[in-house]
Design a protein around this ligand. Structure first.
Ligand code: FES
Length: 171
């Protein structure tokens, strides 16, 4: 049995420990926002947060997240309470086909949690591994800057992940 936090809820799964996190979230928990792209950790469509870090869930075995805090796109915001980046994504009409966009948002939100005022270089470095076949890169950069500005204006507190607290809450 593997226990972890998924979008702030304590969950458990009894599953082959080699099963990738992406399939556990999509097939077991029926959260379909994170996408399968390359299956090799190269395109970023499957990006989720593990203890606040952007990771490729298609190559991460579920056994590696025992006790960890996972956030998928479903945990970033809700339709009634969008994350500032999601609001910026809407404002700038970022998505084209949309397939890569949950991964883009998870990578961008992990960046802003650590760096609330990223430079162009910071954004390019953080988003470098997230591929968009529709070429929405320039709009993504504008939306990240806009979302970052909105978060700073709102005085959003940068969440620092505390693995000790997460483990206490999971147990
Ligand atoms: Fe189509 Fe990025 S919006 S792949």
């Amino acid at each position: 049995m593997i226990s972890f936090q998924l979008n702030n809820s304590s969950v458990q799964v009894d599953i082959d420990p080699d099963t990738p996190l992406l399939w556990v979230v999509r097939d077991h928990f029926k959260l379909k926002g994170s996408k399968f792209g390359c299956g090799m950790g190269l395109c970023g469509a499957c990006t989720m947060h593990v203890n606040g870090e952007a990771v490729r869930s298609c190559t991460l075995p579920i056994s590696a997240v025992q006790g960890a805090a996972i956030t998928s796109i479903e945990g970033l915001g809700t339709p009634d309470n969008l994350h500032p980046l999601q609001q910026a994504w809407v404002e700038y009409s970022v998505p084209q086909c949309g397939y890569c966009q949950s991964g883009q948002l998870m990578a961008a939100s992990a960046l802003l949690a650590k760096n609330p005022n990223p430079s162009d270089d910071d954004i390019e470095m953080a988003m470098n591994g997230n591929i968009c076949r529709c070429g929405t890169y320039s709009k993504i950069k504008l939306a990240i800057k806009s979302g970052a500005e909105a978060m700073r204006a709102q005085g959003n507190v940068v969440e620092i992940f505390d693995p000790v607290m997460a483990n206490k809450e999971a147990s």
